[in-house]
Design a protein around this ligand. Structure first.
Ligand code: ZN
Length: 462
């Protein structure tokens, strides 16, 4: 089912959001970032006795179904200029402290809710030719903050207020080995059999007949250059780490011609390979093929082709329809997902660098799966439609984003396709992957997989 041709529902399910729901949603995430007992926070007349108060901006915005608020005002906090929406006038002091009391004069609840809930994409009709909400339609692009986790900065303001009242520092939810932040290495396995064709074509174009012949010979001997999942595992193991392989369960192209897998995961050789990877410490997840983001039955069928247990998903082509997909994942009982990043740019699609529970616009609560946002995809770095970074430009370009994740103790989710572990890829290939991972190690990141993140953030569901 090509999502690009499916009409969006014209009437959003629930256009009205109460201040109570917004506060609950935002605080659930604020408190999940810390290892501490929640403290009441007052907001717009709710909990007036609370020692920490957030001043609510009177706005009719959340009673309507419009995607974008008016232009934000900008104010500095923690050394960073931040956008504040819904604030025609913002007090000179963002935060005032008195003995035993703290007042935040910016509406961090409305702002955090707007970005973290993905309000813009839920209510925007904009979709690209793959049916995705495009980066070009986002407030992150319009106001230039895609690589800044703005919601974490709002939370930092709230944390400062809470710590003032409590009189002590809130401990962060810890990562293994007291690491300052975490990194999750993932691979979407789209292709295992077409390396000879794709790389062979390039070799012929460059006049490298020998390379072409060697690719062809390997392929005829049953070893395509991209049939390399064991190699990928070894490359990650060089750093003493393990990673997650997201496998497609559909070898048929979508009706609009978009390719799915070039391999049949049901074949015993792939089933054996997955068992091997898992016994080597890898995590296996489902890579929902085109159409599954709108069909629980189709996603369920693909999960059943993989060796259980399958807890996590990332959709192929990062397919995601905000009005439909979260309910699909709930229905199938997927425990975590890691689709939500922009294909076109690295950074923070929900302006947040920790896992979160997607907002349920139909109920005003949360969906049942944990979203571990995707921050960087190999294909984004060098692609005619995305960025065109040279091989040595990658690390300098992404380092500021990594510094933000480190600063807030977040998790950095990296997608490196198995085909980009081919030695012939000099642009976003194994050399660039290893340089990134070496850098992350030098910053003392804890390397985790999705189930580890789930255990830490949703201990009852793991
Ligand atoms: Zn894919």
């Amino acid at each position: 089912m090509p999502t690009a041709t499916s009409p969006l529902p014209t009437q959003p399910v629930a256009a009205r959001e109460s201040q109570q729901n917004m506060l609950a949603y935002v605080l659930r995430h604020f408190w999940s970032a810390y290892d501490a007992e929640p403290l009441p926070i007052g907001y717009g007349g709710l909990y007036p006795e609370a020692a920490v108060q957030v001043v609510a901006q009177q706005t009719g915005f959340f009673g309507q179904a419009t995607p974008y608020p008016p232009e934000p005002v900008w104010r500095e906090w923690a050394g960073r200029k931040l956008p504040f929406f819904f604030q025609p006038k913002l007090a000179a002091e963002l935060l005032t402290l008195a003995p035993g009391r703290a007042t935040i004069h910016a509406d961090v609840v409305a702002n955090a809710f707007y970005l973290l809930s993905g309000w813009q994409e839920y209510f925007s009709p904009e979709r690209d030719h793959h049916g995705r909400f495009p980066y070009r339609a986002s407030v992150q692009l319009r106001y230039g903050f895609v690589a800044v986790p703005v919601v974490n900065y709002y939370f930092d303001l709230l944390r400062t207020a809470v710590e003032h009242v409590l009189g002590y520092t809130l401990p962060r939810r810890p990562w293994p080995h007291q690491a300052p932040f975490a990194c999750w290495i993932t691979h979407d396995v789209d292709n295992c059999r077409s390396g000879w064709k794709a790389e062979g074509k390039k070799a012929l174009k460059a006049g490298k007949v020998g390379t072409f012949m060697s690719l062809l010979t390997r392929r005829l001997g049953g070893r395509d250059a991209w049939d390399n999942l064991d190699t990928v595992q070894r490359e990650v193991a060089v750093h003493g780490q393990t990673s997650t392989f997201f496998m497609l369960g559909n070898a048929k192209p979508a009706p609009n011609g978009t390719p799915n897998a070039d391999y049949d995961v049901r074949h015993p050789r792939y089933q054996r390979c997955l068992q091997r990877l898992r016994s080597g410490g890898a995590e296996i997840g489902v890579h929902g093929s085109i159409g599954t983001s709108a069909s629980p039955e189709a996603l369920q069928r693909e999960i059943e082709q993989l060796p259980p247990p399958i807890r996590g998903n990332r959709f192929h082509y990062l397919s995601w329809e905000p009005q439909r997909t979260p309910a699909v994942l709930d229905e199938v009982g997927v425990q975590f997902d890691t689709t939500l990043g922009f294909a076109e740019h690295f950074g923070f699609r929900h302006s947040y660098c920790l896992p979160f529970w997607p907002h349920n616009f139909a109920t005003g609560g949360c969906h049942g799966f944990l979203e571990i946002p995707l921050n960087l995809m190999d294909a984004t770095l060098h692609h005619p439609n995305y960025l065109q970074l040279g091989p040595d430009d990658i690390l300098p370009a992404v380092r500021p984003m990594l510094a933000e994740i480190e600063h807030f103790g977040g998790v950095f989710t990296l997608l490196w396709h198995n085909e980009n572990f081919s030695r012939r890829n000099q642009l976003n290939g194994p050399r660039q992957f290893h340089a990134l991972v070496r850098y992350l190690r030098s910053r003392h990141a804890a390397f985790v997989v999705g189930s580890d993140v789930l255990t830490r953030f949703a201990p009852t569901s793991a």
